[in-house]
Each structure stands twice: as structure tokens, then as C-alpha cells.
Ligand binder design. Structure first.
Ligand SMILES: [Zn+2]
Ligand SMILES: [Zn+2]
Length: 398
């Protein structure tokens, strides 16, 4: 592609941006949470049909897949956007603020949906790839595993993909810059609980019973060694206590018979994830045993680590460099300890998950904050990335 053609592509994508901005604002105004994305899914499906894509609705609940075929190649690639909002009361006052009490697009999924729609629109009108593109609009990324619901409902049987790609906005990265990396890019997001049981008793006579408070306290300090002593220092992890409960504030002379703890665990590899689960059990049980108490530990697995495949990361890097320039592409982004259900797709199909910078806001709001908003200025860059990725992946132009 020569410079003139590149310019023309950018101009045509830029020409779509006011329509895409309007779609984004409309979706932002009408946020829908996990598996309730009926209005959003209907809008997505209607646009895709209008642009001539073959549309499948209601996959994994409210998921939508639009398929675009050009040329004679059967190579197929999936592009994924998430559509769901969060249970957050929006504090923005701009015109497109949420109309739904207690619900908000605070993670920018409105922008992801608009960018992927823009790519579908552009690619439906261009002859720049040879193969099959599946535009995957999924429900319930925020904790309710919509990607897995779509897979379980036959996503990759109905729409076999040779590769799959995801794109998420990220505040704190320069607007429109793209960051990615081969290997783990996001963490496994798991929860754990430990319930310590003892006899409890009178606070004046601790020797008459067993005290789960002491066992729980020692467990909290001892479990710090999972990260500092057990995990490989270059395969890091985070384990935090998020909840402690025991006793009654109006009964301070009583040793409680039960102390409940719970928290989160983040890891970037299955090895460290398994290690954390095993060591939480061992340390809790040994500590409880040392104090003649008992403990019930549970480790509740959430999303697995999001692990990018090498070859697809190279493709995505080439596409990012073509779309936003090499100087605005970081192929060695540090992994982030958040979780993503795109990880389930990457367990089935080779692919790559990338971030597009949302820029720096004042005050410096992160995703899931009540003033967060997707940056309209990056829509056309995101569309350009998807278009370049389609061309890179399916480059045998008929
Ligand atoms: Zn989120
Ligand atoms: Zn998100």
C-alpha cells in the first residue's frame, strides 16, 4: 500500500467518525449490564445487517456475530468487542451521560462496540482482504464470563476462527497509542476464602478454649510468603485480604468461635495460579492446626490469565504500526494485574489482546470510576487498527 492509498484509507475512516461517535454516545446513554444487552445487541445487529454482513443473534445470551466474506480464501479471523456496562452511578454531566440509574459505561465498552462497528462498515465497503471475518460482540465481560458463554454456546463451532483478536481502551497510555506484548498480558482473577473455627470462649480465660483469631492473624502474615518465598520472582503474583469478620463490637470480652477471611489472588501463569491455591490451603491448614483450630479454605477460580500467542502478537504489532505508527506502538507493554474473559477465547484459538491508549484525563480517572469516559478521538485509530489487522491477517488480496 503506497502513501496515497494509506492517506485515502485514513480519510475514509475519518469520514465515518461522526456517525461512530453518535453510535458510541447513544450506547453510553443507554448502558446495559451483563446478559441484559438487548438494546445494544439489537443496534449492533441492525447496523451489521444494513452493511450487508450475515448476522447471528442471541449467541451466549445477547451475543452477536456478524460475518463478512471476501474473495475465495477460507481463512477466518475473529475480532471481538464487549458490549456490557457496570453497576456504577455515573457522575458525568455531559449530554451523553447514562440515563439508567446506577448503571454506566465506565470501562469504555461503548467505544469498543463503536470501533468494531466502524471496522465492519469500512471493510464491508472495501476489497482489502481475502477470507472470512467474524465480528464478535459479546455480553457480560465484567465478571460474568460472556466470552465463555458464547464459546459454550458454540461460537467456534459455528464460526471457526484461525485467529482471534481483542482490543481494550486504557487510560494512562497516550491517546491512540497501542500497547501489547507476547505472553501473559493480563492476570488470572481468582477469589479465596478461609473460615477459621475454634471453640472461642471468655476473653478473660483464653486458656479454656481455642482461639481462631490468633490462627487467622498468623495466617494473614504467613500467607505473604506465597508471593515473597514460593512464587518465582519473575512470574509475579498478588494476594490481598479484602474481608475480615469475627466477633461482635458490643461483645469485646468474648473470643469468637469463627473468623472469616477472604480476598483476591492474581497470577499470570497456570503454574503460579496452581501454586497459590495449594499454598493457601497448606498455610491455612497448618496455622489452624498449630492452634488446635480448624479451617475451611476455598479457592474460587475466575478468569484465567490472558496469554497472547507469539505469532498473532507479531501480526497485531505490524497492524498497529501500520495504523498508528511504530513510534506510537509499544510491543513490550508491561502486563497488568486486571482480568479479562477474552482469556477463554485465547485458550481455544491463537490470538492477541491489545490496549489502545485513552489518554490522560483530569482528574486522572481509571476505568470503573464514576467520571470515566471513552475518548472519542481514538475511535478512528481503533478502526484503522482493525482494518490493518484484517489486511495483515488476510492479505492475499483477490
Ligand atoms: Zn471493566
Ligand atoms: Zn473492560
Amino acid at each position: 500500500m503506497n502513501d496515497e492509498e494509506k492517506k485515502e484509507q485514513r480519510r475514509r475512516i475519518e469520514a465515518l467518525s461522526s456517525e461512530l461517535r453518535a453510535i458510541r454516545h447513544d450506547i453510553h446513554k443507554h448502558p446495559e449490564t451483563a446478559y441484559k444487552e438487548n438494546r445494544t445487541a439489537a443496534i449492533v445487529a441492525e447496523w451489521l445487517e444494513k452493511w450487508g454482513l450475515k448476522v447471528h443473534r442471541g449467541l451466549g445470551g445477547t451475543g452477536v456475530v456478524g460475518t463478512l466474506r471476501k474473495g475465495d480464501s477460507n481463512r477466518a479471523v475473529g475480532f471481538r468487542a464487549d458490549m456490557d456496562a457496570l453497576f456504577i452511578q455515573e457522575k458525568n454531566t455531559f449530554e451523553h451521560r447514562s440515563m439508567h440509574e446506577g448503571k454506566m459505561h465506565a470501562c469504555g465498552h461503548d467505544g469498543h462496540t463503536a470501533m468494531l462497528l466502524g471496522a465492519a462498515r469500512y471493510l464491508s465497503e472495501s476489497e482489502s482482504f481475502n477470507g472470512v471475518l467474524h465480528f464478535i460482540f459479546q455480553p457480560a465481560e465484567e465478571g460474568a464470563a460472556g466470552a465463555k458463554a458464547m464459546i459454550d454456546d458454540g461460537l467456534f463451532d459455528l464460526f471457526p476462527c484461525d485467529a482471534v483478536y481483542g482490543l481494550h481502551n486504557m487510560p494512562g497510555i497516550e491517546a491512540g497509542h497501542i500497547g501489547l506484548r507476547s505472553g501473559p498480558i493480563l492476570a488470572a482473577s481468582d477469589r479465596w476464602t478461609a473460615e477459621f473455627h475454634g471453640s472461642g470462649g471468655h476473653g478473660s480465660m483464653p486458656h479454656k478454649g481455642t482461639d481462631p483469631t490468633i490462627a487467622a492473624a498468623q495466617f494473614i502474615t504467613a500467607m505473604q510468603t506465597i508471593v515473597s518465598r514460593n512464587a518465582d520472582p519473575i512470574d509475579t503474583a498478588a494476594i490481598s485480604v479484602g474481608h475480615i469478620a469475627g466477633g461482635e463490637p458490643n461483645a469485646l470480652n468474648i473470643i469468637p468461635s469463627e473468623v472469616l477471611l477472604g480476598g483476591t489472588a492474581r497470577s499470570f501463569t497456570d503454574t503460579t495460579r496452581d501454586l497459590i491455591e495449594r499454598r493457601l490451603h497448606e498455610i491455612a491448614e497448618a496455622t489452624a492446626g498449630a492452634h488446635s483450630c480448624e479451617v475451611d479454605v476455598s479457592f474460587l477460580r475466575g478468569y484465567p490469565p490472558t496469554v497472547n500467542w507469539r505469532e498473532q502478537t507479531e501480526m497485531a504489532t505490524r497492524a498497529a504500526e501500520a495504523a498508528v505508527g511504530a513510534e506510537c506502538t509499544d510491543p513490550n507493554l508491561n502486563p497488568l494485574p486486571g482480568g479479562e474473559d477474552f482469556s477463554f477465547m485465547l485458550q481455544q484459538v491463537p490470538g492477541c489482546y491489545a490496549f489502545i491508549g485513552n489518554g490522560f484525563s483530569e482528574p486522572n480517572e481509571f476505568v470503573h470510576a464514576p467520571h470515566y469516559d471513552f475518548n472519542d478521538e481514538i475511535i478512528s485509530k481503533g478502526v484503522n487498527y482493525w482494518v490493518e489487522l484484517a489486511k495483515t491477517e488476510l492479505d492475499d488480496i483477490p
